[in-house]
Design a protein around this ligand. Structure first.
Ligand code: E4P
Length: 227
């Protein structure tokens, strides 16, 4: 399963990229606004740090302007995935950009029917928003299960399921069990994945015992007492 981080904050992106576990980045107009920077600058900088797909979203809602914006965003770097909303014009734009060989991420997906349309439109990624469905009392993970199952029936569909609006590690684990290709995570959730209290407790015990030996792995001069 691939992990993308859902942010336009360069400090977070650089920090998480250092782990070697980051496969891509997603942004949206709200995240760009939060960064306080120009979209063209921040996307270019992200693309330099992360070689995987970097989603940059169009801001227009009509096909002609979306297409122009999408082409402009795609020109920033070869790893830009143009993000378009799941509307009729958005899917038309997706088809046009995909036919030009560009990666498209279709966002704001809330139904399996919408996901089928995105695959037919040649999307590289479909982004179902699980957290926002949970927020309105629906089951976000059920939608992921449905889309994964549908896409499996059609090997010609090349669209990857990119689980979005992730709120906690359980969303990630459930998505992985279902076979979703990608999850895009807020930095805080990505960091949560590393943690378990028993890991901390176990490590503290190992380190205390190790200290008692007086050994150093890097200093091979110290004699070790035979048992
Ligand atoms: C995905 O690409 C979106 O940017 C994101 O996951 C939206 O998540 P939110 O519901 O937390 O805003």
């Amino acid at each position: 399963m691939k992990f993308f981080v859902d942010t336009a904050d360069m400090t977070e992106i650089r920090d998480l990229a250092e782990t070697g576990l980051l496969d891509g980045v997603t942004t949206n107009p709200s995240l760009i606004a939060k960064s306080g920077r120009r979209i063209l600058d921040v996307i270019a900088e992200i693309c330099e740090v992360v070689p995987g797909p970097v989603s940059a979203e169009v801001a227009a809602t009509d096909h002609a302007t979306m297409l122009a914006e999408g082409r402009r965003l795609a020109k920033i770097a070869p790893n830009v995935a143009v993000k378009v909303p799941l509307t009729r014009d958005g899917l038309r734009t997706c088809r046009a950009l995909a036919d030009e060989g560009r990666m498209v991420n279709v966002t704001l997906c809330f139904s399996a029917a919408q996901a089928i349309l995105a695959a037919k439109a040649g999307a590289a990624f479909i982004s179902p928003f699980v957290g926002r469905l949970d927020d309105v009392g629906q089951d976000g993970m059920m939608l992921i299960a449905e889309i994964v199952e549908i896409y499996r029936q059609y090997p010609a569909f090349e669209t990857e399921v990119l689980v979005a609006s992730v709120r906690h590690p359980q969303h990630v684990v459930e998505s992985a069990k279902m076979g979703a290709h990608v999850a895009t995570l807020p930095p805080s959730v990505l960091r949560q994945l590393f943690n378990h209290p028993l890991t901390d407790k176990g490590l503290a015990g190992f380190l205390a015992d190790w200290k008692g030996t007086g050994q150093s792995i890097l200093d091979d001069g110290a004699p070790v007492a035979a048992e």
